[in-house]
Design a protein. Structure first.
Lengths: 157, 97
């Protein structure tokens, strides 16, 4: 059921604003530990997502705000969720599909996906946000979690 | 026209390729062309695409031992250059018939 999938993937407890980190690895460690403490991923997730980012980088230039969508193999995931982090200062990710260009990511969508075929509708809707510059700007400007969640709900439900 | 085979590849075969598969399906539904789409990880790209007509990928690091055209599918994720990508896909698949 799509509604259920929406609720399980997008949780207020997975939205973070004013996130700071000194570099990409610290950021991914920090965000992964949030997923770990809330029971979404195994403790192997952090290292796996950092390693995967080196091999298959996930920075994306968009028409709006530069983003990154780090993720890793399903075996590290316990239950699906999408963590959204609004960064105070951009963190450099390499560009997906290219691996050379630097993307100064300002929004992070950290994906904990176990069975993509079950979560495709909401996954696609979340990814569709990347195509909508005005929504990305709105999320970036949102001051707190409830404001961010409101914007996301309008897009996803 | 013979049904065309498309292989969609990403690093883990789980997130971006899933979205690319969905977008590709929707595109071909819209224009009324039937295609076979399969999805896999970068390490499987070579074997999976042996008999394919087109490979769509979100990762640059795939190497094929055969001559199947490869297109960068990231425009399906970001929307930037999506129309150009669709045009390229049609050129590859329909153009060679």
């Amino acid at each position: 059921m799509e509604t259920d999938a929406n609720y399980t993937l997008l949780q207020p407890e997975l939205i973070f604003s004013h996130v700071t980190a000194s570099n990409q690895e610290d950021l991914l460690m920090d965000l992964s530990s949030k997923l770990l403490s809330k029971g979404y991923v195994k403790d192997s997730f952090a290292d796996a997502v950092i390693a995967r980012e080196r091999t298959f980088p996930t920075g994306l230039f968009t028409n709006g705000v530069p983003v990154a969508i780090p993720h890793t193999d399903a075996i590290h995931v316990l239950k699906p969720g999408i963590l959204i982090a609004n960064l105070d200062k951009p963190i450099i990710f390499k560009e997906m599909g290219n691996g050379v260009n630097d993307v100064s990511a300002e929004l992070i969508f950290l994906l904990a996906i176990d069975k993509p075929e079950n979560q495709i509708d909401v996954l696609k809707k979340v990814m569709n946000i990347l195509c909508k510059s005005e929504i990305l700007f709105k999320i970036k400007k949102a001051q707190d979690i409830s404001e961010t969640l409101e914007i996301l709900k309008q897009e996803i439900t | 026209m013979k049904k065309k085979r498309i292989v969609v590849i990403c690093g883990t075969g789980i997130a971006t390729s899933t979205v690319v598969v969905k977008k590709t399906e929707e595109f071909f539904q819209k224009i009324g062309i039937q295609v076979d789409i399969s999805q896999g990880r970068a390490v499987e790209a070579n074997i999976m695409s042996e008999r394919a007509d087109l490979v769509l990928t979100t990762t640059p690091s795939i190497k094929l031992d055969h001559n199947v055209p490869i297109l960068n599918a990231i425009p399906f994720l970001t929307g930037m250059g999506e129309d150009d990508l669709k045009e390229e896909i049609l050129k590859v698949l329909v153009g060679k018939e």
